[in-house]
Design a protein around this ligand. Structure first.
Ligand code: AMP
Ligand code: FE
Ligand code: FE
Ligand code: ZN
Length: 281
């Protein structure tokens, strides 16, 4: 049986893993395919393709967008987009630039609360990656003012917590639209983290095609719930580990995987979307 992990980060966003490490780890776990879904960036895709060439592992081009409704954060995955499209890359570069300003605002709020973090230290942990809250949490951890990375989110920088600042982002409709327009398949990431099933019909109206039913943070009962929901709505069922290297304490890659037939279904869906959008396949 061939398996794929359809949600993996690299150090081009907030994983500690280089493309070479992602691919070596995927080989070690016996995976046939891995989707590279960095936050607001597609920079890791080609380095992963190059690293995977000798190892017979398929790299699926992906992305993870953060969008916001008034009271929740929603993560949307996109698979098989024409990611080199100029307007898309310009938009991604603008979002990444805005993230640095957002970081400065979160850092000042943390400094006011007595957490002595510096923007330069966070940027140095982020390296070439899209800078985000996981890098900030790692920097906070080094100050020893928090005991775990999770505590940084629970007390300070989680959604709507005192030091949280939203980034410039797509609306749900824009993110899904951008994925479709570039021939990609939009999938709702880890819906349990959003926790608002009532928003799913709107996302479907915008063009959502799948749900990430299997995810590290989904217990079997949660996965069962979303599996039924995906079936009811006629959506694709996908799954991935959301591995951040050692960024979240342990390597998750391959811990959640789906049969390769899911990849085939995503490819068929991408073909359909391309026909609808009049794009070459
Ligand atoms: P950002 O893109 O900067 O908003 O950061 C998003 C990343 O922060 C996610 O991909 C997770 O890695 C992490 N994250 C966000 N919220 C939480 C949370 N409540 N607990 C743990 N990690 C979180
Ligand atoms: Fe992340
Ligand atoms: Fe996510
Ligand atoms: Zn992710």
């Amino acid at each position: 049986m061939k398996y794929a992990d359809l949600h993996v980060h690299t150090f081009y966003s907030d994983s500690t893993f280089s493309p070479e490490e992602v691919v070596a780890c995927a080989k070690d776990k016996g995976l046939s395919a891995v989707a590279i879904c960095d936050h607001d960036s597609t920079e890791g895709i080609e380095p992963c393709i190059r690293a995977a060439r000798q190892l017979n592992i398929e790299i699926i081009p992906g992305i993870e967008f953060t969008v916001e409704k008034s009271d929740v954060e929603i993560h949307i995955l996109g698979y098989f987009m024409d990611y080199k499209t100029d307007w898309l890359q310009k938009k991604l570069a603008a979002i990444r630039k805005a993230r640095i300003e957002r970081l400065s605002k979160m850092v000042s709020k943390l400094n006011d609360k007595g957490i002595p973090v510096k923007v330069a230290d966070v940027l140095s942990i982020a390296g070439k990656g899209t800078v985000g809250r996981l890098h900030l949490a790692q920097t906070m951890f080094r100050t020893k003012k928090i005991r775990t990375i999770q505590e940084a989110f629970d007390k300070y920088i989680g959604f709507m917590k005192p030091c949280y600042v939203a980034n410039v982002r797509f609306s749900p409709q824009e993110a899904i639209g951008a994925i479709l327009k570039t021939g990609g398949v939009p999938v709702l990431a880890h819906p349990h983290i959003m926790g608002r099933d009532e928003y799913i019909p709107d996302l479907i109206n915008y063009g959502l095609r799948g749900i990430e039913v299997y995810h590290t943070d989904h217990k079997p009962s949660v996965a069962k719930h979303y599996e039924a929901l995906a079936k009811d709505f006629g959506l694709l069922i996908t799954g991935g580990s959301d591995c951040h290297g050692l960024g979240k304490g342990r390597v998750l890659l391959g811990g959640v995987r789906v049969p390769y037939t899911v990849v085939e279904k995503l490819k068929e869906e991408a073909q359909r979307i391309r026909k609808e959008q009049n794009r070459p396949s």
